[in-house]
Write a protein that binds this ligand. Sequence first.
Ligand code: CS2
Length: 474
Amino acid sequence: MPAQVGRPVYVRAATRIGVVHFGPGAFHRAHQAAYFDDLLAIDPDWAICAVSLHNPGVRDALQPQDGLYTLALLEETVRLRVVGAIREVLCAPQQRKAVMARLVDPQVRLVTLTITEKGYCLSGDGLDAAHPDIARDLVSPEQPISAIGWLVAGLRERRARRLSPYTVLSCDNLADNGGRLRRAVLDYARRIDRGLAAWIESEVSFPRSMVDSITPATDDALRTRVASALGVADAWPVQREPYSQWVVEDDFRHGRPPLERVGVVFSGEIAGYDRAKLRLLNGPHSALAYLGSLLGLDTVARAMRDPALAGFVERLMREDIVPTLALPAGFDAQAYVDAILSRFRNPAIRHLLSQIAWDGSQKIPVRLLGTIADALAAGHDIDRLCLPVAGWLHFVARQARSGEALVDPLQAPLLEAGRRATGDAAHDVETFLRLQPVFGALAGDARFVEALRGAYATLAPGDAAAVALALAAA
Ligand code: CS2
């Protein structure tokens, strides 16, 4: 390989698997796996067994290359490095025994997850026991299909063997991710074995974490770049911006990887960090995705070159979101906003708005509706905050009208509501607000309903001209 391509600086064969990771998509491989790759040069005990819960795609791509893959850091001069932290790649439905063997391996002390918001099978704040995967797992808990089912099956087996449990670390974009996962796991465990649930409650820690790095999906440009730089084809390279942050609550009862030595921040104030990130980065990202798509734009950097949209998003961040946040001591919110805006502008990144637009029903509540609820409680104006939410509704209605797909676990009810949209704000907003899992208690708040109607009406009929006008006025 050319000298400028980074590679593992440790002996891979001398590493041991200490982490099981569920959901080895591009984000995990670009973010956490790169930290563990750095860590393995210091401590060989933390190589990763990567487990896909549904599809064999990652395993089939990575296994023939011995788990190695290329990570591209996108800036003016793109840097490439080969990551070696993943020593084993499994596909759970096809390799149940191998997955369980890892989960009960005493050498494994940590289970991490990036399964996206929908993978948690939550409804509101708790477990969605009616979710088809959870319902199935509750009937046959020894043959799990959901992440929660697997976590509990592994812990149950560990308890039976009198082994200490693993720590469970959620690395997804959910506020209080560890707390929510813990509650969902306990709820599930109580339904199958109360003794087990009590043991989990007292023995297992679920630290919260905040993860951050913009990771556009792998595209042909990346594949071509990697093939020509390395002189070999990589079946699944990944890419991200150079910036990366990982803040983790320091709550590991049975040993934790010394990740602080490779740039991870262990903190007691994680709630401040995760909210700031979700609301100041992901919220505006979703705003760009829906309003930018309605404007006919394709990428985040392109949307940031639209002065009306970029100006709107900046006002949203500084004037509407920052004032609702309870921030950790010493946190400079305006500098944080500056940094996010410049990351969004990075011209070396082709981050498709359509990728961010996925799974709106899961993202909107944690990214925007929480801010709206807090702003209402503080008696603040919510008109501007409602615009991206209304943008999402118009986006859904447009997809429904054009017969285009909507990537979302609530695709069916969303498209149904979209098809019934007439363009009349009162009627359409009322129809969408019936989506209880998305809007929850806010649907019954008259101030929210009125502001959302107003925002929806200003964006109607959802074409570029109407959106441009609304942004200029907002
Ligand atoms: C994005 C995030 O796809 C999305 O919805 O908002 O993946 C975002 O790029 C990351 O959270 C940045 O850390």
